[in-house]
Design a protein around this ligand. Structure first.
Ligand SMILES: Cc1cc2nc3c(=O)[nH]c(=O)nc-3n(C[C@H](O)[C@H](O)[C@H](O)COP(=O)(O)O)c2cc1C
Length: 191
């Protein structure tokens, strides 16, 4: 089966894992295109600052969304970028997935490139979601209601989070699932 993946990255400290995740996905035969939220940039910059050798790799697979507007000027059919990306993709992975982005998806909000693509994905393609956040964010009752809603739909496959020491130093649930676990689950569900 073809394995084209849109990897959505959100504003979470777990963004430090993105290159490990991309490497593991590619090792498993996935072709990856990255999309980012504005909030994720703080974290993406800090990763690229520490690993400047990864900049070219990142630019090669990054779909900025900046040219999305060009579709508005074209009379030709098939020029709408987010729809083309959705057609290219066999599945979407949002990792790390912030509380904010998950909550927006549950309410069918599409106020940025990532949530617009998530909303435009057809029902027969999976959206894998790997949440990562502080334990109190995870346990927040309103957020938990959103997670319950998300898990009712077969299209959305939640991976993790796991319990451990979080980036903020707190102990508890909220840590992003391991890269191996994420890729294994995707392999199982997509084969
Ligand atoms: C230093 C820092 C770390 C953060 N880490 C997380 C996190 O791990 N998980 C999370 O859900 N939100 C985290 N946030 C909050 C999100 O970045 C914030 O809710 C943002 O609006 C998310 O936007 P996005 O969903 O569009 O990426 C963090 C914020 C800061 C400033």
């Amino acid at each position: 089966m073809s394995k084209n993946i849109i990897l959505g990255i959100t504003g979470s400290v777990a963004t430090i894992m993105i290159f490990k995740l991309v490497d593991e996905l590619e090792k498993n035969g996935f072709r990856v295109k990255i999309i980012t939220t504005k909030a994720s940039w703080l974290f993406v910059f800090s990763v690229l600052f520490r690993k400047p050798q990864k900049i070219f790799k990142f630019l090669k697979i990054w779909e900025s969304g900046l040219l999305e507007f060009t579709g508005a000027f074209s009379k030709k059919k098939g020029k709408v970028r987010h729809i083309n990306l959705v057609k290219w993709a066999d599945a979407m992975l949002i990792a790390p997935a912030s509380a904010n982005t998950i909550s927006k998806i549950v309410h069918a909000l599409a106020d940025n490139f990532l949530t617009t693509i998530a909303l435009a994905m057809p029902q027969d393609k999976k959206i894998f979601i790997a949440p990562a956040m502080n334990v109190n964010m995870w346990q927040n009752p309103f957020f938990q209601k959103n997670m319950e809603e998300l898990e009712k739909e077969q299209m959305y496959q939640v991976i993790g989070p796991v319990t451990g020491t979080l980036q903020c130093g707190d102990e508890g649930i909220g840590k992003m699932a391991s890269v191996r676990e994420i890729v294994e689950r995707m392999n199982n569900k997509m084969s």
